[in-house]
Ligand binder design. Structure first.
Ligand SMILES: Cc1ncc(C[n+]2csc(CCOP(=O)(O)OP(=O)(O)O)c2C)c(N)n1
Length: 283
């Protein structure tokens, strides 16, 4: 682990802590899928994305679409930490009148697409990639989707269309945490063999440990080589990652922690921070 990776891990942990804070404070939100995607968001916002927080609508910027819009707490935390708006604003999460509603909208600086209706953001990202090609722009379109989200028919229609249009400027990341709203994905509507499905639809497929930032970055580098096919990075993750009693369950998909659970969660995340800081960066 080098110093850069350690910094990205600390950022991910900070995203997790802020997301838990926000959801607890609002007594509403989605902890499970926010925690599973924190390392991916850290890699994107602190290393990969070509964006300018001072000029969120910069035309040449890379686009990012959070297609699993319910993970907004982690998304807003990443945007605030990256400097798109003050950290103080996170306290208004899900409050009446706040720009930081339960699902992201384009009124939030740094948010490129309003999402929340599952499958739609993935399809929107295709339009962005297609328009980049038409306008001869070289920005890339990143999109993060959930595995339960792949129950939506629109995902597969978009997958067909992206390959048909040779949209190699799309880098999709699938948060494969194995749980959706009310149970395990394979029990509700099985997706496996998922990588074969995307390959058969004409995509490059990369498999990574979605909590290993180095692996995420390497896969993104490979996806950037652009061979005429759209790119799908299947990131194996743990729903609720970082908070023991939220891990590998759908129980905290859309449920806020109570006071005792909140305190326990923050304590565990503090311990993780301590551990990352104590690790030898040259190992
Ligand atoms: C079209 C649509 N149907 C239903 C919902 C309600 N919903 C919100 S999250 C969710 C489950 C999503 O599962 P997954 O993509 O696996 O999310 P993650 O585990 O990554 O949080 C559902 C059904 C929705 N937002 N949109």
């Amino acid at each position: 682990m080098n110093i850069e990776i350690r910094d990205l891990m600390l950022r991910a942990n900070e995203i997790r802590r802020l997301a838990i804070d926000m959801i607890y404070n609002a007594q509403s939100g989605h902890p499970g899928g926010s925690l599973s995607s924190a390392d991916i968001l850290s890699a994107l916002y602190f290393k990969v994305l070509r964006v300018d927080p001072k000029n969120p609508l910069w035309e040449e910027r890379d686009r990012f679409v959070l297609s699993k819009g319910h993970a907004s707490a982690a998304y807003y935390a990443a945007l605030a930490l990256r400097g798109f708006f003050p950290l103080e604003d996170l306290k208004t999460f899900r409050k009446i009148g706040s720009m930081l509603q339960g699902h992201p909208t384009i009124h939030v600086p740094g948010v490129d697409m309003t999402t929340g209706s599952l499958g739609q953001g993935f399809s929107n990202s295709l339009g962005m990639a297609l328009s980049a090609k038409i306008d001869k722009k070289d920005y890339l379109v990143y999109v993060l989707l959930g595995d339960g989200e792949c129950n939506e028919g629109i995902v597969w229609e978009a997958a067909l269309s992206a390959a048909h249009n040779n949209l190699d400027n799309i880098i999709a990341i699938l948060d494969r945490n194995m749980y959706q709203l009310d149970g395990a994905t394979e029990k509700i509507l099985s997706l496996e063999p998922l990588q074969d499905k995307f390959r058969a639809f004409g995509w490059n497929v990369f498999n990574v440990d979605g909590h290993n930032i180095e692996e995420i970055l390497n896969a993104i580098d490979m996806a950037k080589r652009r061979n005429g096919k759209p790119n799908m990075i299947i990131a194996r993750t743990i729903k609720g990652k970082g908070v023991s009693f939220m891990e590998n369950t759908h129980e905290f998909h859309g449920k806020a922690p109570n006071k005792e659970q909140y305190e326990r969660a923050i304590k565990e995340l503090d311990e993780i921070e301590h551990k990352i800081k104590g690790a030898d960066p040259n190992e």
